[in-house]
Design a protein around this ligand. Structure first.
Ligand SMILES: [Fe+2]
Ligand SMILES: [Fe+2]
Length: 274
């Protein structure tokens, strides 16, 4: 069991966000902004799935998971609140979130079915966020120096994703979820996640007026497929999920523990004595 605490990030989300806050790079900015646009709706879905899954557990199995589930919900609720403020600034920049309404329509299709499906979907998404988080924590300079507040937000969020990466997976197992469905959902979520990320990134670039600039495509090629490219470096950890004996805890999380220890002044712990 992982002990999860809820942290309050000490950053000012009222100050506006600049157009190319991420190292002055239009592509990277559009990509991170696209991911942020998916979080409030996505993370609310994870919270609801885990909450419903927990309720479906027999009482004798609930106790051992209760604290971790509460921590998970607290962490995701904090993420979605800060990303909603972040997304408010993006709206003012003229960007339009088309991912969130599409995700809400997809979520409606799951209403009334076995809660293990939603937990399996959440576990698949959580694997995605955990490997993205690990990539980002190993390459923090990609966030640039223009907006240290947003760099902190992304790295803190990454640490907590890494920290709670086993929660939905363990709940899925406790509910008797099987390997076949775990893989079915993982493959589906992979397609949905990649297509939605791409669509929203392109949409952001189009509205930003930078979609057809050579520098945008050069940056996309480098940061997706280059030496430190997102797709190149996350393929192996992505594939691990397919193994029948996979467990999220097998993936190293030491870098997130280190970041949290080294940046203790940038957050307070909710419920800790002042
Ligand atoms: Fe999150
Ligand atoms: Fe998460």
């Amino acid at each position: 069991m992982t002990e999860l605490v809820v942290r309050r990030l000490l950053i000012d989300m009222q100050a506006p966000i600049s157009r190319h806050w991420c190292g002055g790079d239009a592509f990277r900015t559009a990509l991170f902004n696209a991911l942020s646009m998916s979080f409030p709706v996505g993370e609310q879905f994870f919270i609801d799935s885990v909450r419903n899954g927990f309720k479906a557990l027999p009482e004798d199995k609930q106790e051992s998971l209760r604290a971790e589930i509460e921590g998970f919900i607290g962490q995701e609720a904090t993420h979605r609140r800060l990303h909603a403020l972040y997304n408010g600034h993006l709206e003012k920049l003229g960007l339009v979130n088309e991912w969130a309404p599409r995700a809400l329509r997809q979520q409606k299709l799951l209403e009334g079915i076995d809660p293990r499906h939603a937990v399996g979907i959440t576990a698949a998404n959580e694997h995605f966020t955990a490997i993205l988080a690990n990539w980002l924590l190993h390459n923090p300079d990609l966030l640039g120096t223009e907006d240290p507040r947003l760099a902190t937000l992304w790295l803190w969020h990454s640490c907590e994703e890494s920290e709670h990466k086993s929660t939905a997976f363990d709940l899925y197992q406790a509910l008797g979820g099987n390997h076949e469905w775990r893989i079915v959902w993982f493959r589906r979520i992979t397609k949905i996640f990649l297509v939605d990320t791409l669509r929203q990134t392109v949409n952001n670039l189009r509205r930003d007026g930078t979609l057809w600039k050579w520098s945008t495509w050069k940056s996309a090629a480098s940061y997706l497929f280059g030496k430190r490219g997102l797709i190149r470096l996350t393929y192996e950890p992505w594939r691990d999920y397919l193994r029948p004996d996979f467990h999220p805890s097998q993936q190293d999380a030491s870098i997130s523990r280190r970041w949290l220890a080294e940046h203790r002044k940038q957050y307070s712990i909710v419920g800790a004595p002042a």
